[in-house]
Design a protein around this ligand. Structure first.
Ligand SMILES: *Cc1c(COP(=O)(O)O)cnc(C)c1O
Length: 374
């Protein structure tokens, strides 16, 4: 089966990991610091804090934003459930804004109609690698003193109006799962424009430990001392993983070029085929395409999905609207709430895309899709 996404591991990546295994630190050592520094540089010059997954990064981001019981988080249903589940677990009430019919990105008009004084965070997702419309989301957020969060699990390497992902929202979260734009095995990170929010994320992911003597409330202890002001967890990423991440980061531009080539090849090959439409891209965006989501028309998505799997092509569906999950349905969320997201879900099919997919494999996918649509 041709996978829809997978990692690309070079000999240099392997050597970087082996070097750590031969060294003195397996956990929080020089590779964590070096990876965080480089990540911060390419995401707008802000502080980056690594995490054990993209889900952990989202949990850290909401905790650092001060999200607590009763706060409202406005988000998109067209995402992986981790985007909202981590806020729900902190007691937030999620209000889903519908997506734009063409891009499947959170609709700034829908968000603007929903914000009020109880809104703490507007959480957008750069679906498929395409940044949302952050200038408009920021305008809505600033009206009510809310923060904007970019779940950039799909979009490290993309830009919006010339600015890199990481610099588009107050807080950005990344995932380094093997199918994402770069990998550390499991892994993720939080990038924050405000150093205080970054520091809160750092402390939350390290059991809440405060190490700055200026902030100590227990006084008179020796230089071993550290203390906890707010509970935290252990979401620390290892040196092993960060060495892989640092090595992968040096290949990010090459990964982006290859994903763009595959996108062009699909765009051209599928342009003339009836029954399928290709993804759109706004003019002010340079997307590092994580997914290639086509739409299968005339109610044929399930049939085409099954046929392509039979033909050895590992297509995927991204995503069932989040509020259809029983955990949200049980909490009273009803179908029909976000019609654009539901219509998109009925037709969406993700074709394989990853840096090691060859031209002839792309042609094989196109042939299988053509065959399935016959
Ligand atoms: C993958 C993903 C996550 C979660 O990342 P993990 O590293 O798998 O925990 C969150 N949001 C979106 C949109 C994702 O695609």
């Amino acid at each position: 089966m041709l996978p829809y996404g997978r990692q690309s591991i070079s000999e240099d990546d392997i050597q970087a990991v082996v070097d750590v295994l031969r060294g003195d630190w397996l956990t929080t050592g020089p590779a964590v610091a070096a990876f965080e520094k480089r990540l911060g540089e390419i995401t707008g010059g802000h502080r980056a804090v690594t995490a054990t997954s993209g889900t952990a990064a989202l949990h850290m981001a909401y905790a650092a934003a001060g999200v607590t019981a009763g706060d409202v988080v406005i988000s998109t249903p067209m995402t992986f459930i981790a985007t909202t589940a981590t806020a729900s677990m902190l007691g937030a009430r999620i209000v889903f804004a519908d997506v734009e019919a063409d891009t499947a990105l959170i609709d700034p008009d829908a968000v603007d109609a929903l914000v009020d004084e109880s809104t703490r965070v507007i959480a957008a997702v750069d679906y498929a690698g395409h940044p949302a419309d952050y200038d408009r989301l920021a305008a809505s957020a600033s009206r009510v003193g809310a923060l904007v969060l970019d779940d950039a699990a799909h979009s490290i390497g993309s830009t919006y109006k010339g600015r890199p992902v990481g610099d588009l929202a107050d807080i950005t979260t990344l995932s380094f799962f093997p199918t994402k734009n770069l990998t550390t095995g499991e892994g993720g990170a939080v990038v924050a424009r405000d150093p205080e929010i970054a520091q809160r994320a750092q402390e939350f992911h390290n059991i809440g430990l405060v190490r700055d003597p200026e902030r100590f409330r227990v006084l008179g202890e020796g230089s071993w001392h550290q203390e906890v002001h707010e509970f935290g967890v252990n979401y620390r990423l290892t040196d092993i993983a960060c060495a892989l991440g640092l090595s992968q980061l040096s290949r990010l531009e090459a990964f982006k070029r290859r994903r763009a080539e595959i996108t062009r090849r699909y765009d051209e090959a599928l342009a003339g085929i009836d029954g399928v439409t290709t993804p759109v891209q706004r003019g002010d965006v340079d997307a590092m395409r994580h997914l290639y989501p086509v739409r299968i028309l005339e109610g044929r998505r399930r049939e085409v999905f099954d046929r392509m799997r039979e033909l050895g092509v590992g297509v995927q569906v991204n995503y069932m609207p989040v509020y259809w999950h029983p955990v949200y349905a049980d909490a009273g969320y009803r179908r029909g709430m976000c019609p654009n997201a539901e219509a998109f879900y009925q037709e969406e099919l993700s074709l394989p895309i990853h840096p090691e997919l060859t031209g002839s494999q792309v042609d094989q996918v196109v042939d299988a899709l053509t065959e399935a649509l016959r």
